[in-house]
Design a protein around this ligand. Structure first.
Ligand code: FES
Length: 111
């Protein structure tokens, strides 16, 4: 299957305001969709430390803080701010016809 065939509808663009996030189950994957400014981001909802749900953490600008032990990640690249070799898988997003789509087959800048 070509990568462009793998875009999956996640939510309507007007479901999230700036600074909001929403956990979703997309094809069996726990995905967290976030909006910062006008941009949408998608990442695994499992913290790489002990798999706490990042959806219960706090989002400030581009940084999400895990609710369990306060590890902080940049939502754009998935990097753990204290050790960049640790990352949360992130996924490409795009907005089409007022829907936000996620491509689980394309990990974004987190690679
Ligand atoms: S589980 Fe996220 S910091 Fe420990």
């Amino acid at each position: 299957m070509k990568q462009e065939d793998n875009w999956i509808f996640a939510l309507k663009a007007d479901e999230l305001d700036n600074g909001e996030k929403k956990p979703l189950l997309i094809e069996g994957n726990k995905v967290l969709v976030l909006k910062v400014g006008d941009d949408f981001f998608a990442m695994s909802n499992k913290c790489p430390h002990m798999e706490c749900p990042l959806s219960k953490g706090t989002l400030e600008q581009y940084v999400i803080k895990c609710p369990c032990h306060d590890w902080r990640f940049d939502v754009r690249e998935g990097k753990f701010l204290d050790a960049e070799e640790i990352r949360v898988p992130i996924y490409e997003t795009k907005v089409m016809e007022e829907g936000v789509f996620v491509n689980l087959s394309m990990e974004g800048a987190g690679k």
